[in-house]
Design a protein around this ligand. Structure first.
Ligand code: GLA
Length: 621
């Protein structure tokens, strides 16, 4: 951590104490069960194509159908790229007589129906007949993003202020019914510009006549996000989708760009949630998107995915003249269990790009049924190491060079959560060749911006068991603490714009090494105190153990934190109240037959914002 960031953190602590929301103590009571809900059809990250990065609002039916046909013809659809998603720009207006949305038939001729009606049913039917699925875009407020950001577009909604209100607000059930029941869409992305850009002071209101709407997402002051209200609005959308798509065969994509504390509720409301501002064709924008998910592995699981935005492979600094960058971008998304939505005009795509999207090994890494997002296990200088646990006891590691200079990295077996005494074998998933194996550690050279991805095999570090940071998809962050974080607006490895880094695998919430009373843990879980984690042990394990204590990175030295372990709602073990600076306490519990282990870190008054560390947390069979 830079000194500057460290100082900012310390300065922020005082502010934090003032602003910390009062904690409902009940939320730390054990639930006795796994409470993360499951809905929709995203057991693995959604894959497909989206029109936005290629065409913005200059989209039309030929472009979309051409790319859809290419998905089929190139074999990409067979690999799993089946969603064909329209983004912003499809609408003409909202008809005032009955509130029905009207499609811009100049762009989508097949939507013209008798009597001046419009319908996407023929378009959706055609995609379905090709073996594909169809996605659409809307906004949770009254107005969309293009109406604020693409002012020169020829394809913005037309008419009076009310006719230009194409977003869901005020028409929720009607629109959702139209999209899912009448038109037959399978996927809906719900943007949030309607909550961000149309405040009473906005020029959009005074100059362009849009109706003002209270701002819930003030762009420049994330600490003022009205998170509860934002969550409520998205919950209403989820309920409406549930009604219109009772068979659950739908995907709900939340797009608040990481705002509104969405990491805490996105996975309970929708199937994926954006974690960052929009990606673009520049390397730093890709890094910003990646950084916003890289530290959030504990929030993803089957049915619920962090979304660093759609792929930019093929465009800008990721085009066919920048294949190293394009492969890196794709590797990072694959490792991060991110949705793989191609944002490129696929009509006539060069083979070099098709080979990237079509890397079946990387797609399999992304689509692994266990749904473990890769954990960022090492970060030094410009090099990052990501480790993803796959089904069948397999593991994949990515070595990523962020910089435009060559870099070297030393990889240790322990970083891979493998035994340092047994040989480690490597297979390169880009070159499809075996790489030089090693015992203990080995050094690798990375070209500028390069990512190497290896499947690794060796002897597990924890014999007959798992470290909890190996199985993020089996962990649900059921309760966590928030406060306005000093890193707001800080863009870099420590976290995206938004609030603190949240619950972390193998790091403290401040992205420092886990450390209690001077003892450093390479593995474990770190999050702010006043938190509760649910771990799906599923009766497979006999014993839980961890070394617990207040992390040395805590910005508060006051008060104490008590660590409690529950099994199916019963208290199994607890620590004494732990003070900052104290040596870690050892907690063990028998969890034979236990379905859900809960890990609670409870702060005494005044202890917030202490960071709680579950060092070496593991379950043994
Ligand atoms: C926002 C979203 C983008 C895209 C545009 C459309 O910026 O984050 O992904 O949907 O709106 O206007």
């Amino acid at each position: 951590m830079t000194l500057l960031l460290r100082n900012l953190l310390l300065a922020g602590a005082a502010l934090a104490l003032l602003a910390a929301p009062a904690l409902a103590q009940d939320s730390l009571a054990p639930a006795g069960r796994w409470t993360a809900p499951r809905s929709g059809a995203a057991s693995t990250p959604p894959m497909g194509w989206n029109a936005w990065n290629a065409f913005r609002t200059e989209v039309d039916e030929d472009k979309v159908m051409g790319s859809a046909q290419a998905l089929v013809d190139t074999g990409l659809s067979k690999l799993g790229y089946v969603y064909v998603n329209l983004d912003d720009g499809w609408w003409l207006k909202r008809r005032q007589a009955d509130g029905r949305l009207v499609i811009r038939t100049a762009l989508f001729p097949s939507a013209a129906a008798p009597g001046g009606e419009t319908s996407f049913k023929p378009f959706v039917d055609r995609l379905h007949a090709m073996g594909l699925k169809a996605g659409l875009y809307t906004d949770v407020g009254r107005n969309a993003c293009s109406q604020a950001w693409d002012l020169k577009s020829p394809n913005l909604p037309v008419g009076t202020a009310l006719e230009r209100e194409v977003g869901l607000e005020g028409h929720l059930e009607q629109d959702i019914g139209l999209f899912f029941s009448e038109w037959g869409f399978d996927y809906l992305k719900v943007d949030a510009c309607g909550l961000a850009e149309y405040g009473p002071q906005a020029p959009l209101v005074s100059k362009l006549g849009y109706r003002p709407r209270p701002v819930l997402i003030p762009r420049k002051t994330p600490q003022q996000d009205r998170s509860g209200e934002i969550e409520q609005l998205y919950r209403q959308v989820a309920a409406a989708i549930g009604k219109a798509s009772p068979d659950g065969d739908h995907v709900f994509s939340i797009c608040t760009w990481g705002r509104g504390d969405v990491r805490a509720w996105g996975g309970q409301v929708g199937n994926l949630w954006r974690t960052s501002p929009d990606i673009n064709g520049k390397w730093p924008a890709m890094l910003r998107s990646f950084d916003s998910v890289a530290t959030r592995a504990l929030y993803a699981r089957p049915g619920a995915w962090n979304d660093p935005d759609m792929l930019f492979v093929g465009g800008g600094e990721f085009d066919q003249n920048h294949l190293t960058e394009a492969r890196s971008h794709f590797s990072l998304w694959a490792m991060s269990s991110a949705p793989l939505l191609i944002g490129y005009d696929l009509r006539g795509a060069p083979k070099a790009l098709l080979d990237i999207w079509g890397n079946a090994d990387l797609v399999a890494v992304n689509q692994d049924p266990l749904g473990n997002q890769a954990v960022l296990v090492h970060h030094e200088g410009d090099v990052q190491v990501l480790l993803k646990t796959l089904s069948g006891g397999r593991k994949v590691v990515a070595l990523f060079n962020r910089s435009a200079e060559p870099a070297a990295v030393t990889l240790t077996a322990e970083q891979l959560k493998l035994s340092p005494d047994a040989p480690v074998a490597l297979r390169d998933l880009w070159t499809k060749t075996s790489a030089q194996g090693f015992t203990g550690q080995a050094s690798f050279d990375l070209a500028p911006h390069e990512t190497k991805v290896f499947e690794v095999a060796g002897a597990p570090l924890v014999k007959d068991g798992v470290l909890l940071s190996e199985i993020p998809a089996r962990i649900h962050v059921a309760q966590e603490s928030f406060w306005p974080a000093p890193e707001d607006g800080f863009e870099g490895p420590a976290g995206p714009a938004g609030r603190t880094g949240g619950a972390q695998a193998d790091f403290s919430p401040y992205r420092t090494a886990l450390s209690v009373g001077g003892q450093v843990f390479l593995h474990g879980l770190g999050l702010l105190a006043n938190s509760r984690l649910e771990v799906r042990s599923a009766g497979e394990f006999a014993r839980f153990s961890a070394s617990v204590g207040v992390d040395d990175a805590s910005t508060s030295r006051a008060g104490t934190v008590r660590f409690l372990v529950y099994g199916d709602g019963r208290l199994l073990a607890q620590s004494k109240p732990m003070r900052a600076g104290a040596k870690p306490a050892q907690l063990t519990a028998s969890i034979k037959g236990v379905q859900v282990v809960e890990l609670v870190a409870k702060a005494s008054d005044g202890a917030a914002p202490a960071a709680a560390t579950w060092g070496q947390a593991r379950m043994i069979r």
